[in-house]
Design a protein around this ligand. Structure first.
Ligand code: S3P
Length: 428
């Protein structure tokens, strides 16, 4: 099991064009390329464990993948293949839930599995609505836990009102709707990240979204993708927090998606007092540009209770900013944190307590009294975002993080970049 030691940092200026490519968009690029009958071209595909697993599944379904180091060319087969082995989603809930929707309407038999963390995460949120429209999916605990076995079937169109704002549930249902027998509609309590709608529309699918999303089944294959995946704002956010808490620092995160459903955590950091500047440079599938974060004095406590799905992945890193802010910060309505790669309410609070911060769990979030972060030894609980968040805390007090292999799932060059920033990170 690998560990990481991070030592207190001096002020830094860091212009970074090597933040990991967006994970959500990369998964979708690989999967959606199968909806066309011509090759898709994808630059900057995220080469991390999660998205490489998705690419492997796409190959098992019959696609040819050519990688020239810079660009991936994914050529779909004339007819998707029934794979002769299980499809391993590794650590990725996105891959498993989206593939449930994608495969449910595709003739054949498929078994989706994943690592020990993913096999503990709830899948009923997609298997239940899919089963209601005719999908044949089974798994442990009445179809809730992977491995999941899917037998592709003709699906009925639907009018589905989801009780959670989840892009994974929404995307699974949209993918199913593309092959259903009529027009479907989907509603969610608040807009979740909308990459699926944007990308599929860019590929020519008839998807309208206002309060309700209306999806027409695809009558012919979609246009192929020609896309450069932007940097991942969730990965960039670790360095944003670093600049916001280390006096005298500044970081520029280059070529990142500025999709509003993805950058809410930066808005919260701004509300806490950091200087945050956005500069949009282009708009293709997604708005893309640079974000500059500059230390601007001590941060102030904040309450976060709205638009939770827009910053759910950044809450662990934001908790480090809350731990050094003046006053008590509160996170509410974030019960989804409990079913991420780890129970992130519990992982964050355990970690912060080890750092000497006064904080407590609630059912749907936590309360954090800002203070001084002390040197500690932290368990990542096998969760990449917990490992990276506490690595950033280490910039203020020496920190040892145990079990850091999980960082490979989303941000393989994180330690290298952190090392460049501090010149003090060591790992084994
Ligand atoms: C994702 C959606 C979010 C997010 C996850 C990626 C996606 O999950 O937390 O990291 O790519 O659709 P939920 O849809 O479960 O909220």
């Amino acid at each position: 099991m690998k560990w990481l030691k991070v030592a207190r940092a001096k002020p830094f200026e860091f212009v970074c064009d090597q933040i990991a490519s967006d994970k959500s968009i990369s998964h979708r690029c690989a999967m959606f390329s199968l909806l066309s009958d011509r090759p898709s071209h994808i630059r900057n595909y995220l080469r991390a464990e999660d998205t490489l697993n998705t690419l492997e599944i796409v190959k098992q379904l019959g696609a040819e993948v050519e990688d020239d180091g810079d660009k991936l060319t994914i050529t779909p087969p004339q007819k998707l293949k029934e794979p002769d082995n299980v499809l391993d989603c590794g650590n990725s809930g996105t891959a498993m839930r989206l593939f449930c929707g994608f495969l449910s309407a595709l003739p054949g038999h498929y078994v989706l599995t994943g690592d020990k963390y993913l096999r503990r995460r709830p899948m009923k949120r997609v298997t239940k609505p899919l089963t209601q429209i005719g999908a044949k999916i089974d798994g442990r605990e009445d179809g809730n836990l992977a491995p999941l076995s899917i037998r592709g079937e003709k699906l009925r169109s639907f009018q589905y009102e989801s009780s959670i704002a989840s892009a994974q549930v929404k995307s699974a249902m949209i993918l199913a709707a593309l092959r259903a027998d009529g027009i479907s509609t989907y509603r969610e309590p608040e807009l979740s990240r909308d990459h699926t709608e944007r990308m599929l529309r860019g590929m020519g699918a008839n998807i309208e979204s206002w309060d309700t999303i209306t999806i027409e089944p695809m009558r012919t294959p979609l246009e192929p993708l020609d896309i450069t995946v932007p940097a991942d704002p969730s990965s960039g956010f670790f360095f944003a927090v670093a600049a916001a808490i280390v006096p005298g620092s500044r970081v520029v995160i280059k070529d990142v998606t500025l999709n509003p459903t993805r950058i809410e955590a930066y808005q919260v950091l701004k509300k806490m007092g950091a200087k945050v500047e956005l500069e949009q440079k282009e708009d293709r599938y997604e708005p893309i540009g640079d974000i500059t974060i500059t230390y601007n004095g001590p941060l102030q406590a904040v309450e976060v209770s709205e638009r939770i799905s827009w910053l759910i992945d950044e809450l662990p890193a934001l908790s480090i900013a809350m731990a050094v802010a003046e006053g008590e910060s509160v996170v509410k309505n974030a019960e989804e944190l409990r079913v991420k790669e780890s129970d992130r309410i519990s992982s964050v609070i355990h970690g912060l307590k080890a750092c000497g911060i006064t904080c407590s769990e609630t059912d749907d979030g936590y309360r954090i009294q800002g203070g001084v972060i002390q040197s500690a030894e932290i368990d990542s609980y096998g969760d990449h975002r917990i490992a990276m968040s506490f690595a950033i805390a280490g910039l203020l007090a020496d920190m040892t993080i145990k079990d850091i292999d999980c960082i490979e799932t989303s941000f393989p060059n994180f330690i290298e970049l952190l090392g460049r920033l501090t010149e003090v990170a060591t790992w084994r």
